[in-house]
Design a protein around this ligand. Structure first.
Ligand code: SAM
Length: 344
């Protein structure tokens, strides 16, 4: 068997296993690591260990575009990568069912240097089933994805490459995507431009299936001594060892297609979020935190501590007995913020 045929066969096998595997986390970590190894082996981009990982990042008006090096590092976040691959597989199958025979179009905004969330699925879905547009702000990443796709003989699966800011991208009217795939976010939707990108693209393709379909942020009062805040070894399920004690203060914000359609499309400074009341803690040591839950598609969900994106973020500046009104601040440093403190 020629070498490239052997590589693509291996990628297909590992992708199938990753999509279907439901056992201990350590094995899933190994499967994703092998997939990433294949992408890296054909990629033009190489991580330069001597370089500061922030070197090459770009501060945009809608949030930080992390550097190609940092974006490459996301690939090995195995639960994240597996949940997105599974979610995208489900979304493609759903779109195929309603597409009257034409290939499903996936617009992948923020591909990073390996297009990790798409290339493995190109090995499973033929170009007659799914075609991808690959977009990133960084030329290094786009050039690298081209090398990965060509190196694996998957050129027919890519409709086009776009180098530019996703928040300015005008989707060609004759090629509206069926699926919008985007992972340009950080914990609690802070710093990076996920919200701005998805709002801009969904306005042009309002019927597209979003992957992730929802990013929800909730507030909890937490006994930090019972909460895993350290990096959890990849083989451990955090809830197997820890018995967190969390007092629910309610949902704060959700990014999904119905909230996006409900927001004023012209809003440039802020988006609405919930009002939260912080109760008296039962004991000292409880502090308020934002929790993030990501549903990539259907049943595929990333829960607290599954990956860096679903770590917890302390809410600074709120005290017991106060009620605060949250909003989502748009702009160069997006995040959830609050105002108008009231007692009681
Ligand atoms: C968190 S990384 C994810 C990389 C890859 N999708 C993955 O999941 O492994 C985010 C990527 O989005 C790109 N990005 C961030 N903001 C962008 C923007 N406004 N327009 C286009 N690409 C952007 C960054 O350059 C980076 O490659």
């Amino acid at each position: 068997m020629p070498e490239d045929v052997a590589i693509i066969e291996e990628l297909r096998r590992l992708t199938r296993e990753t999509l279907n595997y439901r056992g201990p986390r350590g094995i899933l970590a190994g499967l994703v690591h092998e997939i990433v190894g294949i992408l890296q082996s054909v990629a033009y981009f190489r991580i330069d260990e001597a370089l500061d990982i922030t070197e090459g990042e770009t501060a945009c008006g809608q949030g930080l575009a992390i550097s190609p090096t940092q974006a490459a590092g996301c690939a090995d976040e195995f639960l994240r990568t597996a949940a997105f691959l599974r979610g995208l597989q489900g979304a493609i199958e759903e779109a195929l069912d309603s597409n009257s025979g034409r290939p499903v179009r996936v617009l992948y905004a923020g591909s990073g240097p390996y297009a990790t969330l798409a290339v493995p699925l190109m090995s499973l879905f033929s170009p007659d089933e799914a075609r991808f547009t690959i977009l990133d702000l960084h030329a290094t990443s786009i050039e690298s994805v081209k090398s990965v796709v060509s190196g694996l003989g998957l050129d027919q699966s890519v409709e086009s490459y776009v180098l530019g800011n996703a928040c300015d991208y005008m989707i060609p009217g004759e090629a509206l995507p069926d699926i919008l795939l985007c992972e340009t976010m950080s914990t609690a939707l802070e710093k990076e431009p996920q919200v701005a990108i998805i709002r801009h693209l969904l306005a042009q393709a309002p019927k597209a299936i979003m992957v992730p379909e929802s990013v929800r942020v909730d507030a909890f009062l937490v006994d930090t001594s019972k909460e895993p805040v350290i990096i959890i070894p990849e083989s451990d399920d955090p809830l197997a060892k820890w018995q967190p004690d969390r007092i629910d203060m309610g949902p704060v914000f959700e990014l999904n297609s119905s909230t996006i359609h409900s927001w004023n499309p012209l809003a440039k400074e802020r988006l609405p979020a919930a009002t939260i009341h912080m109760p008296q803690p039962p004991e000292p040591g409880y502090r308020p935190f934002l929790f993030t839950t990501i549903t990539t598609h259907g049943e595929h969900v990333l829960l607290t501590h599954d990956c860096n994106l679903t770590g917890i973020r302390e809410i600074e500046g709120i005290s017991a007995g106060e009620t605060v009104h949250f909003y989502y601040r748009l702009g160069a440093n997006p995040c959830l913020a609050f105002e108008a403190r009231e007692q009681g």
